[in-house]
Design a protein around this ligand. Structure first.
Ligand code: ADP
Ligand code: MG
Length: 363
């Protein structure tokens, strides 16, 4: 489900293994189709088109969690009736696409998270205004990504104003956590319960969008272990099968979980040049019942990933040519023609001798 860059990079793994990939989304000439996927172009709400797509495939996975409920329940019913393997399960997608469910799942799993409050009805407004600590962030409950649908509020006045500007009340308020670092773990769980993961990475966001990932992140041993244990707890609590990326805020040894994505994650793209399996290969393996890698924690080399947003998309520039002339820089473009500001166009991976310096002078 979905045909953007994550589906494209899945194709680049699955096709050499001999699989045929079919993608379903409303977009024609998608990033995935340019990498060899057969496209079904239809709305997610189109039950007939979706059912006939499901009849043509042998296993289903997602590159994208913002799939309407009608599509999830169609998939669920089809899978129950016809035994189609669907990984992760529609229930895991329902949790990940809804911040309220997601954060309550963390609480249930014993994974620490920021304080959060519901804004679903008029009467919740007074409640949240009196309970939350400032600064805080008002976030859409569903359909948010790359910082979209978020309003940061410094005090009660600002929150009151932000709340009154909402057209629809499906939101949460989160207390702002003044983290010193952000981390993520890419974690895979197989249908027999076996797991495999990458060591935690350190992430740097700019304007709420991921800019850099340093892999592996240089964390104290106790922090490294807890990050992996939280990922494992989440996977077991919701009986997750497939790959997910889970994001954390860190400060002085304190760890709070921010969110998880029920699919390969932008912060896992380092794996394409880390000298081991990639996150897409793990997605393929968990989906198709291929053997489980022998090592739980996959051995990797050091990699730094830098995202290319629309405004950084500069083919032919001196900067790009210098990187392309260095054998440690690897370019991964997503096949998007229109380079809009803030749009993810591709990424660079650097796996050479001075990872800290790889992008330090890039603007
Ligand atoms: P999205 O779904 O758009 O990725 P996130 O909740 O991950 O939304 O927010 C994007 C980024 O914004 C985070 O990685 C972090 O840098 C910042 N951010 C979000 N929520 C908080 C918070 N409660 N405290 C501090 N920073 C936050
Ligand atoms: Mg995020």
């Amino acid at each position: 489900m979905g045909s953007g860059q994550l589906a494209r990079m899945f194709c680049l793994e699955a096709i050499p293994y001999g699989y045929e990939v079919q993608v379903y989304s409303p977009e024609r000439n998608s990033p995935a189709s340019a990498a060899g996927a057969k496209e079904t172009v239809a709305e997610y709400e189109d039950e007939n088109a979706l059912n006939s797509f499901l009849r043509r495939i042998n296993a289903l996975t997602f590159e994208f969690e913002n799939i309407p409920e009608i599509a999830l329940s169609t998939i669920e019913k089809f899978s129950e009736k016809n035994g189609l393997p669907v990984h992760p399960s529609p229930n895991c997608i329902r949790i990940a696409q809804n911040r309220w469910k997601e954060k309550n799942t963390f609480v249930r799993a014993g994974i620490p998270t920021v304080n959060f409050y519901p804004v679903f009805e008029e009467k919740d407004k007074a409640d949240v205004l009196s309970r939350t600590k400032y600064p805080c962030i008002l976030k859409t409950n569903t359909m948010g990504y790359d910082g979209k649908g978020q309003i940061k509020c410094k005090n009660e006045n600002e929150l009151a104003q932000a709340l009154s500007s909402l057209e629809k009340l499906d939101h949460i308020v989160e207390e702002f956590f003044p983290f010193s670092e952000e981390a993520s773990v890419i974690f895979a769980r197989f249908s027999d319960g076996e797991v495999s993961y990458f060591q935690p990475s350190k992430n740097v966001h700019t304007n709420h969008i991921l800019d850099l990932t340093f892999h592996p992140g240089n964390f104290p041993e106790a922090v490294r272990k807890r990050l992996i244990e939280y990922a494992r707890k989440l996977a077991e609590t919701i009986d997750y099968v497939g790959v997910f990326g889970i994001e954390f805020f860190l400060k002085d040894g304190e760890i709070l979980c921010n969110e998880f994505a029920p699919r390969p994650h932008n912060s896992g793209h380092f794996s394409q040049n880390a000298g081991t399996l990639t996150q897409f290969s793990l997605q393929l393996r968990t989906l198709c019942g291929l053997p489980v890698p022998k090592a739980e924690g996959l051995p990797t080399n050091k990699v730094v990933m830098k995202n290319i947003l629309g405004e950084d998309y500069k083919p032919g520039s001196t900067l790009w040519n210098r990187a392309l002339g260095n054998p440690h820089y690897h370019l991964h473009l997503y096949g998007k023609t229109e380079a809009r500001n803030g749009r993810k166009m591709g990424h660079w991976n650097y796996n050479g001798p001075e990872p800290e310096r790889a992008f330090s002078d890039w603007l």
